[in-house]
Write a protein that binds this ligand. Structure first.
Ligand code: FAD
Length: 399
């Protein structure tokens, strides 16, 4: 049950959703949201899409009056640097001061930091994209880019490539696996995504990594690939993922999950950590699924669902953990979507392909595990019901 005061570390999507759910569920005690960034909570998906292209800069998750109306103390520009579960306090640094803040219930929602390409920190023309400042800085430099080299064709790398292409920046997209997204989704979808990029005119290099970012006078001028080729580019975007920065938990005794299961704050199936009254959710948290296996998920909907589950747990009316995992990505004017938990080694049934838009079912041992599509929103969402309980994939293939 929730114990006042509630302190939430991380004023991002998970933090604000949890605060809102607690207030809407009747929690009336003190509630503080501590965020390292200078901004009130904002949404990250638009950063690599509409913010980067300049189509729409709106990212705020709540209007400014929301915090007063919901009696939420929002402390921006404040970083939690230590947690003491015995004393039930966190140490907060901000505005040149350090302060101990007491909690009854503590929730960790500190997200990820973007992984840098080794040796490029501070090099001009090299960018990652995690914060609003990152997106605006990248957009500004895109204006004078002769070519962009995007390192990594995961979801964010693919989106950045598509957005830069929309800005008329020639793009080389570099991916060490045989095709974009083939790591998580397998070869068939990898081919479909390859087609999207190649048809758009992106110079896609697969099966090669980047050995070196070439720097002259403190600025990137190109990259050297693992096959020895050099790509001249005065803009380099590093899209090689992120990791939870949990230094602030050092010495707290709070258990951290093993890297083999994704790392992050180790939690049970409802976000409880190894310390009493401490919960974790969102990108930084490693929750156990029904089989007792830990996993860390970096998806928007997962964070929103987790905030609802933790709030319900804290308010004393737990809700079942029944959500179907969902992820979307926007590339070249197409909505790319994934439902369920497809794996790259699942059997893939491509049921619809018009040369650009497509839909595929994934199955394991005959049972549907996921649905992946591009530009097939209605059909994909219709399949959601079949992922709630185990369903033979044949039911959909014959239907
Ligand atoms: C560019 C981009 C595009 C994305 N696009 C999609 C998409 O299309 N679809 C999708 O499903 N998902 C997408 N995601 C993922 C989605 O945005 C995340 O899953 C979601 O933001 C996770 O929320 P969170 O609250 O866990 O973390 P965040 O939203 O990252 O918030 C964490 C906050 O905690 C703060 N913090 C960290 N450490 C401390 C500390 N010690 N003290 C105080 N504050 C701290 C951070 O500064 C940050 O503000 C995208 C992510 C990015 C970066």
């Amino acid at each position: 049950m929730v114990k006042a005061p509630v302190v939430i570390v991380g004023a991002g999507l998970g933090g604000i959703r949890l605060a809102e759910n607690l207030r809407n569920g009747g929690y009336a005690g003190a509630l503080t949201l501590v965020g390292e960034e200078q901004h009130p909570p904002y949404d990250r998906p638009p950063l690599s899409k509409t913010v980067l292209t300049g189509d729409d800069d709106r990212v705020d998750l709540k209007p400014s009056e929301f915090f007063g109306e919901h009696d939420i103390e929002l402390r921006t520009g404040s970083r939690v640097v230590a947690v003491d579960p015995t004393a039930h306090t966190v140490t907060v640094e901000g505005d040149g001061a350090t302060e101990q803040v007491a909690y009854g219930t503590l929730v960790l929602a500190t997200g990820l930091v973007a992984r840098q390409f080794p040796g490029t920190e501070g090099v001009g023309g090299v960018h990652v994209i995690r914060t609003v400042e990152d997106a605006l800085a990248l957009r500004e430099e895109a204006g004078s880019a002769t070519r962009a080299a995007v390192i990594g064709a995961g979801f964010i790398g693919c989106e950045v490539a598509a957005s830069l292409h929309k800005l008329d920046v020639p793009v080389t997209l570099i991916e060490p696996t045989p095709a974009p997204l083939s790591g998580p989704l397998g070869a068939t979808i990898g081919e479909m995504v390859t087609r999207l990029h190649v048809d758009a005119g992106v110079d896609l290099r697969v099966g090669v990594g980047v050995d070196e970012v070439v720097v002259e006078d403190g600025r990137a001028v190109g990259v050297v690939l693992s096959d020895g080729a050099r790509v001249d580019a005065n803009l380099v975007v590093v899209g090689i993922g992120g990791y939870p920065d949990l230094d602030y938990l050092e010495g707290s005794g709070i258990e951290i999950a093993d890297r083999s299961v994704g790392g992050g704050v180790a939690c049970d199936g409802v976000g409880r950590t190894s310390a009493d009254d401490v919960y974790a959710l969102g990108d930084c948290a490693n929750w156990h699924d029904a089989d007792g296996r830990g996993h860390r998920v970096e998806h928007w909907t997962h964070t929103v669902d987790a905030a609802a589950l933790v709030a319900a747990q804290l308010l004393g009316h737990p809700i079942p953990h029944q959500t179907v995992p969902y992820f979307w990505s926007d590339q070249y004017g197409l909505k790319f979507q994934m439902l369920g938990s497809p794996r790259s080694d699942d059997e893939v049934h491509l049921v619809d392909d018009d040369g650009r838009k497509f839909l595929a079912y994934y199955s394991r041992e005959g049972l549907l595990t996921g649905v992946v599509g591009a530009g097939r929103v209605g059909k994909l969402m219709k399949a959601r019901q079949f992922l709630v309980t185990p369903t033979p994939v044949a039911t959909l293939l014959e239907g």
